[in-house]
Design a protein around this ligand. Sequence first.
Ligand code: ATP
Ligand code: MG
Length: 597
Amino acid sequence: MSQPASKAVPPAPAANFLRTLIERDIASGTLQSRRFGGSPGDAAHHAAGPLDPAKIRTRFPPEPNGYLHVGHAKSICLNFGLARDHGGICHLRFDDTNPEKEEQEYVDAIREAVQWLGFDWTVDGTSHLYFASDYFDFMYRAAEALVSDGLAYVDEQTAEQMRANRGDFGSPGTDSPFRSRTPTENLTRLRQMKAGDLADGAAVLRARIDMASPNINLRDPALYRIKRATHHNTGDTWCIYPMYTYAHPIEDALEGITHSFCTLEFEDQRPFYDWLLGHLARLGLLAEPLPRQYEFGRLNLTYIVTSKRKLRALVEEGIVSGWDDPRMPTLFGMRRRGYTPAAIRAMADGTGASKTNIWLDYSVLDGCLRADLEGQAPRAMAVLAPLKLRLTNWAECFAGGAGHIEPCQAPAHPQRPELGLRRFGLSDTVWIEADDFAQVPPKGFFRLFPGNKVRLKYGVVVECTGCTLDAEGRVTEVQATVVPDTKSGTPGADAVKVKGTITWVSAHDAVPATVRLYDRLFTQAQPEAEGRDFREVLNPNSLVTVQAWLEPSLAGAATASHWQFERHGYFVTDLKDHRADAPVFNRITPLKDGWGG
Ligand code: ATP
Ligand code: MG
C-alpha cells in the first residue's frame, strides 16, 4: 500500500501473470473435463450436466454494502476481461452472506455500474447473476457433513477466551475445551444453533484444523456464527450465518468457477480455501476439478481514497454532494464527471496484474480519457471567465453597419469532416477570456494588449486599442478595431501575421451556462500517507462554479454528451442537472495535466 506514486503511463497491454496462468491451464487440458449443470449446484447437479461450454469461469463478487469504486472497476475489467479473452464466462455474484449491511439499493446500483462499464453476465441467453445467499442451504448441509466427519465442532468459549486461545505469530494457540466433543454431540449442538436454541454469540461452529499452525487462519477458523438478523433475501429463515472465509470458497465451487481472483490480502486464506474445498469434494458434495484462488495486487490511484468507509464519510460529512458527486472515485461519480467506460477500461487493462499493490498516478486515467475523447468529442468555443471586447470600427467595416452579423464557421471536429460544420456569428461585441487581455503584457504574452494584434479564432484579426476600468481599477471592457480583409477562410486573410489566436463567443448568440470546474479532491498524492487524516488535505478548489458563455452550437446539447472546449479541456453535460434551457457542464479534465506526480 505504501509504494511511491509512479508517473509512468503503463504500457498496453501490460504484463498480466493471470493471463499466463489461464493460458497454461487451458493448454494443460485439465479444465476440459468439467461439467456444468446450467446453474450453480453441488457435485451431483454438475455431474448430470453437459461438458462446460465455457473454457474458464471467473467471477466478480461484490458485497452489496456500498457503491462500486475505481478499485472495483479494476477487478471487474480483470475478471470479465480475462473470461472474454479466453472463451470463458464471468459471473456477477453478490456476496450477500452478511445480513446486517446489505441493501437492494446497492444491488441495483452495482448491476447498473457493471453494465455501464461495458460488461454483461448474460451469455447465450443464460444470466450468470447469482446471490451467495441462495447457497445458504448448501452451506449448512456442508457444515453438517464436516461435523459428521470430525472436521468441525461447536465452540462455546466466550469471544474473549477464543481470542486469548488463538495465540499469535510467535506462539501457538491452545485447544478449546470443546474441541474434543464427538461428532454426534457437535451435530446436536449445531442443530440447536440453527433452531435458535442458543443466544447470539453463545457459540460458533469452527473448523478443526490445527491450533498450532504457523498460519493463524488455520487455527480452527470460525465457519458459522449466531446472529438474529433479517436478511434482505432470506428474511428470518436463518439465525446462523456463514463466515466470509467459509462461504466464499463454497460459492466459487458451486458456480463451477475455475479461477478465483482476489486481492493480495487473501493470500493467507488460500490454505483454508483449499482445505475446505478439498474435504467437501472428498465427501462427495462438490464437483471437481475445484476452483483455484490466485491473488493479485490492488490498484490504488493517487489523489483519491477508495475504502467504502472513507467514501461514506465524505458523503455524510457533506464534503461532497453525494455518492455520485463528480469528484468521487465511485463509478457513478466518475460517470457523472464524464469519464468514459472505455477510458476506465483502458486504465485498468493498462495496469495488468502483478503480485504487488500498485499506486497509479491519477494523470494516467486523465490520459486515457483524453485518448478516448480526442478523436470523438465535437469541438466548441466557450468563455469561462468572460470579459467584454468591443470592436469599435465595426460599423465602418461592414455594409450592414453596426448591427451586422458576420457569419463564421468551423469544423465540428478537425479530423472528422463527416461531423460537419459549426456555424456562429461575429458581432461588434464578443466575450473573451479575461486572462487573454493584459494592460501591461508580461514577457512572452502574445494575446491582447494595447497595440497588439490577435486573431479571433475562425473570425478576423483585431488590434487592441485600449480598455475601460471601473472605480477599483478593474478592467470592465476591452476595445479593439477590426483589421480589414482578414476573415478566416477568405483569400489573403493570412497577409496580416499575428502571434496569438484567442477563442471567443459573440455576445449576440452566446449561450449562458453553468460550468463546474472540477479538480482533485485532495492536495496530496497519497492523502493518508504518514497516518494523516484525509480531511487535512482537502483541496479547497476541487469545485469552482462559473457562469460561462458558450458557442451557439452547444444550445440543446444532449445530457451526458462529451465536448472539447477549445483550449480548455474536455467537458460533459451534467447527468443530473443539465437542461436544454439551462445547460450545466462539468469539466472532466483540462487538455494538459497540471499536476506533478
Ligand atoms: P472496500 O475495501 O473498498 O470496501 P471491498 O474489497 O471490501 O472494498 P468488495 O465488494 O468485497 O469490496 O469487493 C469486490 C471485489 O473487488 C473483490 O474481489 C475485491 O478484491 C475487489 N477490489 C476491491 N477494491 C479493489 C482494488 N482497489 N483493486 C483491485 N480489486 C479490488
Ligand atoms: Mg470486502
